[in-house]
Ligand binder design. Structure first.
Ligand SMILES: Cc1cc2nc3c(=O)[nH]c(=O)nc-3n(C[C@H](O)[C@H](O)[C@H](O)COP(=O)(O)OP(=O)(O)OC[C@H]3O[C@@H](n4cnc5c(N)ncnc54)[C@H](O)[C@@H]3O)c2cc1C
Length: 425
């Protein structure tokens, strides 16, 4: 039986794969989307129960469809986001094959293109778009030995407070996931310790506008590359309970105990770096810098936005900040669980090509791989700061569709270069 063929094979049916399908569909490029689970699986099962979007509904969406059942300033639930993406895929007629895993993709000798081996047979494709997500495999730093007398899990596997044994909880990592999970556990009546590393923490709202709007008008979503030294700084934002600025001093007032970065473990004792005041100060500086840039924007443009002095109020420093703990005796503090909100890694092991650097990261320019006819989508900072977010990936997908169209146009060309003498004067 002849193998199935397509022009472009998109691997992954999340928001990146759907956005890619929309742009290829518009350009008339034959394609298939292969999804090993279900459409938008990460939003369905890869998040905790109460997660809501980090950005308001008017912003965290694709241009072609608005949320029709909530206020534009609402932060939609993860399930609503999954449904949105499923509806969007149906609206554009995305040719998604669910429950099929891409096992490998390798270059075909002879005719060019790629041989893609899936759990449901082989497909030949002229091009491949890897849209498998930036947050694939949970990463836990090798700090705790298997024998440590405490349950521990990655934030990827955290669903709700009820899932954890009774007792206090240590949350490691204060990006958006860790800070929100610590807040949720604290509100559920748990004693919570939160290990805080370097982070940005923009204001949720300022002068009557949401952070996503400020990032837009200040050009920060479009920043092409991270500031040197801030490549891996996590952003701590939340849409929970209508959306509040992530303020670590406020959290301590509500009961959370902060520590520095978790650095080691021995004999039942978790150890922390001496960096908590520095990390909090850097987060504060980031917060203030956004307010300052926003004020400068108001002054420059004359836009009529109300003053907002309350945004510059600072809660008093709590004891855990002025005299941070450097070690935590887990048993003595009744810590029964540790949640590692310590990030994810990508996995392109199925792509049997020389397209990666020594760390396994794709080598690419705005998503176009060094390997011809291979594209990546949804990478952090793929073209700009917004690249791995819902609205940003849509714009990156458009760029990649353009690149594919350009290549297809060259490949369709059938002329023969001839030496044409200039016409006589
Ligand atoms: C906790 C959390 C909260 C977030 N909140 C927001 C938010 O509020 N707003 C926002 O804009 N962004 C948010 N993000 C960032 C980003 O929008 C999401 O991670 C989003 O799911 C990324 O979409 P994606 O399509 O790139 O990847 P994914 O959603 O991960 O989709 C990739 C798909 O590829 C499939 N796949 C992987 N390997 C294969 C294979 N070999 N064969 C076939 N299929 C495969 C997977 O099953 C998956 O469905 C959040 C991220 C996290 C981790």
């Amino acid at each position: 039986m002849p193998r199935e063929r397509t022009d472009t094979l998109i691997v992954g049916g999340g928001q990146a794969g759907i956005a890619m399908s929309e742009h290829l569909g518009r350009a008339g490029v034959p394609h298939i989307v292969i999804e090993k689970n279900r459409t938008a699986e990460a939003w369905r099962t890869g998040r905790w129960d109460n997660l809501v979007a980090n950005g308001p509904a008017w912003h965290d969406r694709f241009p072609g469809m608005a949320f029709d059942d909530c206020h534009p300033d609402a932060f939609v639930s993860k399930d609503r986001m999954a449904q949105y993406l499923v509806d969007y895929a149906a609206m554009i007629g995305a040719p998604i094959r669910e429950g099929v895993e891409v096992l490998s993709a390798a270059r075909l000798d002879g005719p060019g293109g790629f041989l893609v081996t899936t759990s449901d047979g082989q497909i030949e494709a002229q091009r491949i778009v890897a849209a498998t997500g930036a947050f694939q495999h949970p990463v836990i730093p090798p700090i705790l030995p298997e024998t440590a007398p405490v349950q521990h899990l990655h934030s990827f596997h955290y669903k709700s407070p009820d899932q954890l044994p009774d007792g206090a909880v240590m949350v490691v990592g204060a990006g958006s996931s860790g800070a929100q999970i610590a807040d949720e556990l604290n509100r559920a009546g748990r004693k919570v310790f939160l290990s805080v590393g370097p982070h940005d923490r923009p204001p949720r709202r300022y002068r009557g506008r949401d952070n996503v709007w400020w990032l837009g008008v200040l050009g920060l979503w479009d920043m092409a590359a991270p500031q040197p030294g801030t490549e891996h700084v996590t952003i701590s934002v939340s849409g929970a309970r209508g959306g509040q600025t992530m303020d670590f001093r406020r959290l301590t007032g509500e009961g959370v105990i902060l520590t520095g970065r978790t650095s080691g473990y021995a004999d039942g004792i978790l150890q922390f770096d001496d960096d908590l005041p520095r990390n909090i100060a850097a987060g504060d500086a980031n917060y203030t810098s956004v307010l300052d840039m926003a004020d400068a924007y108001v002054a420059r443009t004359g836009i009529d936005l109300p003053e907002d002095p309350a945004a510059r109020a600072v809660y008093p420093d709590p004891a855990c900040l002025t005299d941070p703990v450097r070690a935590l005796d887990l048993a003595a503090e009744g810590v029964s669980a540790i949640i590692w909100a310590t990030g994810f890694r990508q996995d392109f092991s199925w792509l049997k090509l020389d397209a990666f650097d020594a760390q396994g990261a794709p080598i690419h320019q705005r998503g176009s791989s060094v390997e011809p006819d291979v594209y990546f989508l949804g990478l952090p900072w793929q073209s700009r700061r917004g690249s791995s977010f819902l609205w940003g990936v849509w714009h990156d997908a458009r760029h990649i569709a353009d690149q594919i169209e350009i290549q297809r146009a060259y490949q369709r060309y059938e002329g023969e270069a001839a030496v044409v003498q200039p016409a006589a004067e």
